[in-house]
Design a protein around this ligand. Sequence first.
Ligand code: SIN
Length: 528
Amino acid sequence: MSRSHHDVLIIGGGVAGLAMALEVASSRSVTLLQPRPDDRGASRWAQGGIAAVLSPQDDADTHVTDTLVAGDGLCDEAAVRFTVEQGPAAIEWLLSLGVPFTADTAPEADFPYHLTREGGHSARRIIHADDATGRALIETLEQHVAQHPAIRVEHELTALDLLRDRAGHCRGAYCIDESGRAHELLATDTVLATGGASGLYRHTTSPCPASGEGMMMAAELGAELMNLEFQQFHPTCLYDPKGSPFLISEAVRGEGGHLLGAEGQRFMLELDHRAELAPRDIVARAIDSEMQRSGLDHVWLDICHLGEARIRQHFPTIHAHCASRGLDIARSPIPVVPAAHYSCGGIRTDLKGASRVPHLYAIGEVACTGLHGANRMASNSLLECLAFAHGCAYHLATRPPPSQAPLVEPVTGRQDVDVTKLRELRDNVRDIMSSRVAIVRHDQGLGEAASALSELETRCMAHCHDTRAHPEASSLRHAIRLARLTVACARQRRESRGLHHNQDYAVHAESQAAPSLIDTSAITKTGS
Ligand code: SIN
């Protein structure tokens, strides 16, 4: 095993990790872990854009209010205001780096870049790069990271665990390279930017989402986890059972797309005055219920009335991708279905991105800052990555005093693993979560999920007790434990709120209007 020393170690190379690296590199030296393959994670697949108050017709108070309404009573207003107020400066920063946002060339335009609408927003405030904003952002940030003299990028290492010392401080990460060799990366400060937990579900909007590995690594060091029951399902993923996942951006509804049921009816009209632009939890639930009613495997999203020229102009990626699967979206409606998209819960952090474990920070989807509450408003997540990367980097520039305590030496051993068996167990986790802990839940199903996951954990441990032996084993163990905690949170919340809809308690219970905090002391690693 090799051991090396680092200043700021960032784990994860999506928008949060890349932005963090650039922000902190002006004061500290950075090691960024961005494991291959590069289609991992969710950022690259983000289509819609970044919510920010940019139009003269818009204001910060309205963005704050819209976010609080979408969050269904559980947002932390200070985190919402902190994020919203940083929007304009964050966009200016991205423009200075050269992100190719789409211009607004209309003579009546009141802002030089096109602003689209998405669910829950009462104004046009989503700046975007056509319909492939995540890709444009990643490519631009990667170019700057590659040229920065204070940033070293490691593509070969995967972090399996965090290192701690006897004072309980985080001291870096235990990693494995592509040939299976172990490496200890000791770091003064460690930042997790490892993404969410949509990979706990069978159908997702991106091909290779995280399964909560970063959340569990932090929990095992004693960080608090919060709001895990609020897993967001994006209402409109392309329905194509044989193909890989493909998102149909909410911006399609923002520019006038209509959801149609089995008989061609616009079912959202009678359910919510905002119709197709209601917040995501409401739209996803309505689609789920229309599918139950009709017995169909999907509903339809119709944008034909916009005309081919405008469709090609606004949605070139979606148009071309659907065409490659034999669908002409300018001539026929798109079959769509909800799919797991974003984890609103995660590692509880403050406005500096700090967890309760000294020297351990978390930003992006792995974190729970209080911005999203019980339901994230569309396009607030990329803004959150930028705002909290900035806040965390500003704090780290002050060089919090390093920990001097001796390291707790990790216990490791070699063990052969049967990867096929691990994949079978992972499929079992996804089946349990998708059938019992998805858009609509009930007490009996949650109880069944709890028992089935407990049994799966026993089988997983019997099969592979040294989870540091292999990335798949480590990821699976973390996924099962996070799934169990998610079910525990869902069982505790005896009401329906935001993304957590339990048929046995169909409405809010004001006594439960508080975030779900998990005491992770029971799962904290024991060690000397
Ligand atoms: C989308 O384009 O619909 C995704 C945007 C988001 O999840 O914020």
